[in-house]
Design a protein around this ligand. Structure first.
Ligand code: ATP
Ligand code: HSE
Length: 293
């Protein structure tokens, strides 16, 4: 059985904890019944001993599997990870979503995507990464009485993600601690209006509007101060043809969106200017979690 989940970029500037989209890089796991428990890790995190000894995927998988199955079976887990850890590309959401989906799939129990999303919410209480991880595409989501309410829209092929991954990780938990406890009415109005305009721009496919809508007052500047070079990455991206350029999730990655025709130049300019960071172009993912029995 094979499950794969795409990377995600959350917040998209002003949409703190509510906007996110899926990117075509994935974490994949193959699970087979086996005589003994065993784990193989390739790609991102392969050299991280914590992922072998105390793996979040395996602990979530076991929680669900033991509830769903009366059998006591062992498995071999083969992980192939493309999503870098703690860089703001939804690595934790990918783990949560794939672990829950795998526990159901291995027992042959059908799990609707909406139910999967709501189960994932117990592990990540903001829905902006888990929703695109499950559904793909662009998503606006909020939580009401422990349920995710969302609207989803596919992203056309003529747009690309241009991604700058710094060489330093930022944990979401720590990055949330850098944010103020209170905001002014002006900052609240700024973010509500920009987030609404950005959502409308995605729905109407008015890509030029992203150049005006993607600004934020409530989280990016506080977080980016931890790595001031990111302000420069953002400025360079917007100057070199990005439609929008935002801190991806809680950082440290900078996500830009551009027309496919402009993406090569943008990638080249960023590679030249920031040779110590990983820069690449990716498609968007409009499918979300994939399960092959
Ligand atoms: N492939 C993986 N296998 C097991 N655990 C993982 C894996 N990827 C991430 N994790 C767990 O998730 C943690 C990172 O989560 P964190 O929320 O800080 O970053 P992120 O999800 O990459 O960023 P963001 O939520 O901003 O997009 C890691 O410290 C590890 O515990
Ligand atoms: N909305 C979340 C995304 C990262 O998990 C944050 O900005 O902290």
């Amino acid at each position: 059985m094979k499950v794969s989940v795409p990377a995600t970029s959350a917040n998209l500037g002003p949409g703190f904890d509510c906007l996110g989209l899926a990117i075509s890089m994935k974490n994949q796991v193959i699970i087979r019944p086996s005589k003994f428990h065993s784990v193989s890790l390739k790609g991102e995190g392969a050299n991280n001993p914590a992922l072998k000894d105390n793996n979040m995927f395996i602990s979530i998988f076991n929680d669900f599997y033991h509830n769903l199955s009366y059998k006591k079976r062992h498995f071999r887990f083969e992980f192939q990870n493309e999503i870098p850890l703690s860089r703001g590309l939804g690595s934790s959401s990918a783990v949560i979503v794939s672990a829950i989906a795998s526990a159901y799939a291995i027992e042959g129990i059908k799990l609707e995507k909406d139910k999967l999303l709501n189960l994932a919410l117990a592990y990540e209480n903001h829905p902006d990464n888990i929703t695109p991880a499950v559904m793909g595409g662009f998503n606006v989501a909020c939580v009401q009485e422990n349920e995710v309410r969302y609207i989803n829209k596919a992203i056309p092929k003529n747009l690309k993600a241009v991604i700058v991954v710094p060489n330093r990780a930022i944990s979401t938990q720590l990055s949330r601690k850098t944010l103020p406890f209170k905001y002014s009415k002006e900052d609240a109005v700024f973010n509500i209006s920009h987030s609404s305009l950005l959502t409308a721009a995605f729905m109407a496919e008015d890509w030029e509007m992203l150049k005006h809508a993607s600004f934020d007052q409530i989280h990016q500047k506080y977080r980016m101060k931890q790595m001031p070079e990111l302000f420069d990455v953002q400025k360079t991206s917007l100057k070199e043809g990005a439609l929008m350029s935002t801190l991806s999730g809680s950082g440290s990655t900078l996500f830009s969106m551009s027309y496919a025709d402009d993406s090569k130049n943008l990638e080249k300019a960023l590679k030249l200017r920031f040779p110590h960071f990983k820069v690449f172009t990716a498609d968007f993912d409009n499918v979300g979690v994939r399960i092959e029995i």
